[in-house]
Design a binder for this molecule. Structure first.
Ligand code: MG
Length: 273
């Protein structure tokens, strides 16, 4: 079993220094090769074994957080600048006052997002991944040391901004929400079918900017239906909150369902705000 350090802001500064200089202390073989591309790692026996170990670790996390402690866990993925943080901020703002929320936020460097979340008064752990392009279950496990799971209703996990690497690394969440924005170009969906297929719901954000950047948002929606048939899709303008309510209701539904969204096909498709 690996032991890696989540570079929590609650831990000694030496950890940050170490992270800044060297990245994570112990990267797995797959993580090391992963930096240089998927194929080499995934096609070796070692890579498959390690990915299987990560998946088992994610299942254990899920069992503990979701089933033993009853915490609702939603992961948000997508490119840097897609609006993941802003979207989660809107969800935090609309939550009932007594909802106890925690956030684990992964970024390659810095604590910009973590400090934004902190301003909302929620419990936050910042995981700086150094050279890694995604979070993995080991980093989540370490980050959980900062939380009292008995005193948490909701855990949002914001992955490192990346449209490729996170696909292979489930983190134990009840559902994975992929956020793309019109500003990434309206071909972004078709360029990343694998990540869509690895997620449970999709958001096309910055809908208000579609015209300004010449993006055909209907084409993006059609592409989502094409690469991931039946996937729940939401159109939002997270900065001003437009379209966030249908997404929030959807998440509430998954939470109330008390079951794992992942792996359960659903008939719903697009939710227009
Ligand atoms: Mg962010």
């Amino acid at each position: 079993m690996r032991h890696v350090h989540a570079h929590s802001t609650h831990r000694p500064p030496i950890d940050h220094l170490f992270a800044a200089l060297f990245g994570r202390r112990e990267a797995s073989p797959v993580a090391r090769t992963h930096r240089f591309g998927h194929d080499d790692a995934a096609e070796t026996e070692t890579g498959d074994d390690v990915l299987a170990e990560f998946r088992a670790q994610a299942r254990d996390l899920h069992e503990r957080i979701v089933h033993e402690h009853g915490v609702f866990v939603a992961e948000f993925l997508g490119a840097t600048g897609s609006g993941k943080t802003t979207l989660v901020e809107r969800l935090i703002e609309r939550a009932p006052a007594d909802e106890r929320i925690g956030v684990i936020v992964g970024d390659v460097a810095g604590d910009d997002d973590a400090s934004r979340y902190r301003d909302h008064g929620v419990a936050v752990t910042n995981v700086t991944t150094g050279k890694e392009c995604h979070l993995d279950p080991g980093l989540i496990e370490d980050a959980l040391a900062d939380f009292d799971l008995h005193a948490l209703d909701t855990l949002y996990v914001e992955n490192v901004g990346n449209m490729v690497c996170p696909a292979d690394f489930p983190l134990g969440a009840q559902l994975r929400v992929l956020v793309v924005s019109t500003t990434e170009g309206d071909d972004v969906v078709r360029k990343h079918p694998l990540l869509f297929q690895a997620c449970d719901a999709a958001v096309v954000n910055k809908a208000d900017l579609a015209d300004a950047v010449g993006a055909d948002i209907d084409r993006m929606a059609a592409d989502v239906a094409d690469v991931a048939p039946g996937m729940d899709l939401f159109r939002t303008s997270a900065r001003d909150g437009d379209g966030v309510e249908p997404l929030a209701s959807f998440l509430d539904g998954v939470r109330a369902g008390g079951h794992d969204h992942h792996g359960h096909p659903h008939g719903a498709d697009e939710h227009l705000g």
